[in-house]
Design a binder for this molecule. Structure first.
Ligand code: PLP
Length: 414
């Protein structure tokens, strides 16, 4: 008889603990001691905690961490240490994980299309009180399934607005969100069911233009006026950018100024302002050390790639900060451009870069690839058997600092 089994798509990072000193090592020390032949994930929990503290201190409202960006428990703990108490989750697994770690956290189910059983478990067992939606069918689903649990109460309902395509690095306009007329109708239809009622949007990930939030808030204002019902939550989503070698975002304050002005212009006294940052809180919080296994002219065959944690370096052509690590050799000058091939046999496992590295880089050298705390490890697959990685917590600064997030004192000059 065949048995229906369930299986997660991605095997969790296998933790192989070594006898490390209690004080966190540096990336260079760990590479020199371990000479890792598997990708080495270097987590910087102190950086994540400090970035969260900075963002929470600067944002004029409530901050929900978007868990999909990096659900590693060590990162979640670091975020909590930095003051994060609210989480934007998109799946039952994310909700369960956060609830198991933080019994008192505020959980928000921010996926506009949810399984019925997920709604019931979220409401009745996990204490989720906020749900996002962008269709009348989802409103009916929420009404029916919440009632079916028999657990009384009114959910807070947030209507996700569609935005016109902007020029964020990752456009998110095509999949979710209600057009203005539908959004206004949904606000009216949801009002009697909702405890609090809100609007949300996402300007796209790695959005470098502060005015994108001003425009989106103006659109939210016109939808709220058209609906003619009171609104208590305005959620400006994620999308806050970080630095990459070819991208230097305006400082965080420039984004927050637009958001504050746009929110004030809505004139909704008493309404709560929310944000759902992912990338901005964790990108600097991890790097991955890869090893060069072969060099063919200016292409380097390395042991992680687009099916591993370097997914965004593939089709999206992100240029991550890199540096060569050759134990005993200091940082070098005279950098030249390289591209990378990942370890799998798929010819799509290629990363064009360019990644600037010493001209004499060779087989056996290591490369630290930075800004991988966001959308790095969480996108790994087991394709072709290359799913082994090692993980360690380190005391290094991020490889690139993002304007507005730096601590007062930095340990190492960039
Ligand atoms: C992915 C996502 C976020 C986080 O986006 P970043 O660009 O990483 O800040 C926030 N909200 C929603 C609904 C998302 O899907």
């Amino acid at each position: 008889m065949s048995v229906l089994r369930t299986r997660s798509a991605v095997s969790p990072l296998r933790r192989r603990f070594t006898d490390l000193p209690l004080r966190l090592p540096t990336v260079d020390a760990i590479v020199a001691a371990e000479r890792p032949e598997e990708p080495l994930h270097c987590l910087r929990p102190a950086v994540v905690a400090e970035t969260a503290r900075t963002f929470l201190g600067a944002f004029p409202g409530d901050v929900l961490y978007a868990v999909k960006c990096n659900p590693d428990p060590a990162m979640l703990r670091a975020l909590a240490e930095g003051g994060v108490t609210q989480f934007d989750c998109a799946s039952l697994a994310e909700l369960r994980l956060v609830r198991s770690m933080f019994p008192d956290a505020g959980l928000h189910f921010m996926h506009p299309v949810k399984a019925r059983g997920a709604i019931r478990e979220a409401w009745a067992a996990l204490g989720v009180r906020t749900f996002v939606l962008d269709s009348a069918a989802e409103l009916d689903k929420l009404r029916t399934e919440i009632a079916a649990t028999g657990v009384p109460g009114q959910p807070d309902l947030v209507i996700r607005l569609a935005l016109p395509k902007g020029d964020a690095r990752l456009d998110l306009s095509g999949k979710f969100g209600a057009a203005p007329d539908l959004a206004a109708a949904l606000l009216r239809a949801a009002r009697p069911l909702a405890g609090k009622l809100g609007v949300s949007f996402h300007v796209g990930s790695q959005c470098l233009d502060p005015l994108a939030w001003r425009d989106a808030l103006a659109l939210a204002g016109s939808v709220i006026r058209a609906a003619g019902v009171p609104v208590e939550i305005v959620d400006v989503g994620g999308g806050f950018p970080v630095a990459y070698p070819d991208q230097e975002p305006p400082p965080l304050g420039a984004f927050l100024a637009e958001i504050e002005a746009g929110f004030e212009a809505l004139d909704l006294p008493g309404a709560a302002l929310w944000a759902e940052p992912g990338r901005a809180l964790v990108a600097g919080g991890a790097s991955v050390v890869v090893q060069v296994q072969h060099r063919r002219e200016n292409a380097l065959f390395v042991n992680d790639g687009v099916y591993g944690s370097l997914s965004d370096a593939g089709a999206l052509a992100f240029r991550f900060p890199v540096r060569r690590i050759r134990p005993g050799v200091a940082e070098e000058e005279g950098l030249v451009p390289f591209s990378f091939f990942g370890p799998t046999c798929d010819s799509a496992d290629v990363m064009q870069g360019p990644f600037l590295l010493p001209a004499d880089i060779a087989e056996g050298d290591w490369i630290e690839v930075g800004q991988l705390g966001a959308y790095g490890a969480c996108l790994r697959t087991a394709f072709n058997g290359f799913d082994q990685a090692r993980i360690v917590e380190v005391s290094d600064r991020p490889m690139l600092e993002t304007a507005g997030y730096q601590p007062i004192v930095t340990q190492r000059a960039a």
